[in-house]
Ligand binder design. Structure first.
Ligand code: FES
Length: 156
């Protein structure tokens, strides 16, 4: 697919935008509740999550596009220090340990990161999502890791 053929409404960023920091914020949609998300590089692929911490529903970052620990191995919430796996969004430590970031389905086309066709922007942008419980989108990938069957990063 050529860049000219991409659906610009679904473009999250260029894949190369992740080279410097390994993460990037994005906003898709309009109105009072657009989808605010983050994308992280995982190997040759990417993972996307809603930019909302399951602890107190704060945005994860304080500085633009900075979502990772200094060594780049984990996603960190700047509010109270929760740490999340990049591959699954699972909280490994902090006040929401055991919960998950809400996954945003992504794909890579022609050097761009895009929302996957199945991504429901309105549902992902629902501000009340975490009020009813924790996302479990990454639970299957987490189970694969624990079973020794590593999940391939999406978007490869
Ligand atoms: S809001 Fe993220 S750790 Fe508290």
């Amino acid at each position: 697919m050529t860049p000219a053929a991409l659906d610009v409404e679904r473009v999250v960023c260029r894949l190369s935008d992740l080279d410097e920091l390994g993460s990037r914020a994005f906003t898709i949609g309009t109105g009072d509740w657009p989808l605010r998300g983050l994308v992280v590089r995982v190997g040759e692929g990417v993972r996307g999550y809603v930019n909302c911490c399951p602890h107190a529903r704060h945005p994860l970052n304080l500085l633009p596009h900075r979502f990772l620990t200094p060594d780049g191995s984990l996603i960190v919430c700047c509010s109270h220090g929760a740490l999340f796996e990049k591959l699954t969004g699972w909280c490994v430590a902090g006040p929401c340990a055991g919960r998950y970031l809400r996954a945003v389905p992504l794909q890579i086309e022609a050097g761009f990161v895009l929302l996957a066709p199945e991504a429901d922007v309105a549902a992902l942008a629902d501000a009340d999502f975490y009020a009813g419980g924790s996302a479990t989108d990454g639970a299957e990938a987490r189970a694969d890791i624990e079973a020794g069957n590593d999940d391939s990063p999406q978007g490869q």
